[in-house]
Design a protein around this ligand. Sequence first.
Ligand code: ADP
Ligand code: MG
Length: 413
Amino acid sequence: MEIEAGQTTFEDLGLSEPVLQAVRDLGFEKPTPIQAKTIPLVLDGRDVIGASQTGTGKTAAFGLPTFTKLGQHGKFRCLVLEPTRELAAQVEEQFNLYGKHLDLKIALLHGGVGYKKQLDQLKAGVDVVIATPGRLLDHFQRKALHFRDIQFLILDEVDRMLDMGFLPDVRRIVSQCKKKRQTLFFSATMPGAIETFAKWALDNPEEISIGRRASVAETVTHGFFPVAYEQRDDLLLALLKKTDYHSVMIFTRTKAEANSITALLNKEGGFKVTPMHSDIPQKDRTKALKGFREGTFDVIVATDLAARGLDISNVTHVINYRVPENAEDYVHRIGRTGRAEQEGDAFTLLAGDEVDHALAIERYIGQKVERKKLEGFDYIYTAMLDDEAPTGDALSRRLGTLKRRRSFGRRRR
Ligand code: ADP
Ligand code: MG
């Protein structure tokens, strides 16, 4: 039977009363499609591969049925792996809400912070651990925990986990769990490389894929803004000034770029801006996110570290300072806006050396992205302003622009 979200209610899915109560407290009215399909399967004991775009409620899709099955406090039975500290912290936050009416003990284990509190928690006894692979293995090696009683193994944001090179660590962890377990595998995208891994880690899984695997939320309006390489900073400032934003995430390719954009905006003035990348100490990253959520900051300048899965609500605008080199990152980045059906805008600056990346993104999402021009901005010439697929004249002019740029001694990637 096909379960369609929209008709289904949380009460229909077989969740326990304390979990349903938590769902009511959270104010969730109806299950999202991935939740409607996944929850009954998990309750039924099945392994599941769930793919749906960012912001579609995957955390509750695996959390609610798992909490129903865990019931009351016992042993360490449920492990959730996350690729980044922020994602792990976010899942913990959600889990604490799901478990509000149960006495399950939840521990968050990630690097960048001390061991003491984590060890104390483990000693006191936990049911659920949410962890990043590195710190989890540290604890494992120090014999602070073992994986023998795990009944629910949840691998979240697997595409990201593999991108970040966690595959060997994740394999080690998976192979320490007993065979008889339920494994749930969630990802926003399902590139071929992770299918092999899924086959190895899961037992006869049911695959739930919602929507196009690489779709952009319908609530996001997005566009490419062709611009000469040397005018990117000016266009960025002009876009920010002309846009009626509540909160913006600006994505850069590198940490250095994130720092320099932050400095640029600070110098310009009028922005409450904070950078966010992996060289920023953990406590400052937490502060940055909190400040962004609460409005102390209205602009966050981030590398892709912050792009995936982070649930920051009310992001009204996403600006890609550079076109992402990886088409999937585009979907993740602009997925920061338009969450939970809110409207959002995503702007991507497109310089001459990034045309190939832009075309790759269009192939990946299966749609053409509109080329846009900011009214009133004093553009210096770039061939891309004439034609998005430069051929003949436009191409030779474009090459001319590139040559000129080289002769200015500008560094090109
Ligand atoms: P994903 O992991 O798919 O990116 P999340 O689990 O982080 O998505 O959920 C995104 C947001 O949607 C969260 O703020 C969450 O609280 C909210 N949410 C999840 N399920 C529902 C629901 N059924 N109704 C309303 N909001 C929901
Ligand atoms: Mg998620």
